[in-house]
Design a protein around this ligand. Structure first.
Ligand SMILES: C[S@@+](CC[C@H](N)C(=O)[O-])C[C@H]1O[C@@H](n2cnc3c(N)ncnc32)[C@H](O)[C@@H]1O
Length: 133
């Protein structure tokens, strides 16, 4: 599945004529993934909230390694809830636990106009913005 998604992404990058590097890596092992360092912005749309507690802690640690001191991290997170195979979500405390060296500076509702599925599954989705303490 991942290779198929990457192939499709490569096609779209070519079609758009943009310069973009794709890395197939694990967010809990970023320093050995080849993604590199020196990032001022990390955006995660929906990975963090599906990880286990230890994976989240590893992701927080690894994001800390690849980012600059003035970096911003933005996470798109469902509220905690059982949703079958869908991500079980994360609370503000979960975010704080995984990113102990970071401060949550903003929390905003992510989906201001949820569709029927989002309402039925109670996504209750938020953007968290973090800066280093
Ligand atoms: C809910 S999807 C979100 C995908 C995409 N970011 C988006 O917004 O459409 C979560 C993704 O996280 C990936 N994932 C799960 N664990 C991961 C890990 N340890 N490292 C990297 N990706 C992971 C899954 O394969 C899945 O593609």
């Amino acid at each position: 599945m991942v290779e198929g998604a990457l192939r499709r992404a490569r096609e779209r990058i070519t079609a758009a004529g943009v310069d973009m590097r794709l890395v197939h890596g694990d967010v809990t092992e970023l320093r050995t993934s080849g993604v590199g360092t020196g990032y001022r912005l990390v955006l995660d749309t929906g990975t963090f909230h599906g990880l286990t507690g230890s994976q989240r802690a590893a992701m927080g640690r690894e994001v800390g390694v690849i980012t600059t001191d003035d970096a911003t991290v933005v996470l798109d997170v469902f509220a905690p809830r059982r949703r079958g195979p869908l991500p079980h979500g994360a609370s503000r405390a979960d975010v704080e636990r995984a990113f102990p060296s970071w401060e949550i500076t903003d929390v905003e509702t992510a989906d201001t106009d949820p569709d029927a599925l989002a309402r039925a599954l109670h996504f209750d989705e938020h953007w968290y913005r973090l800066r280093r303490r």
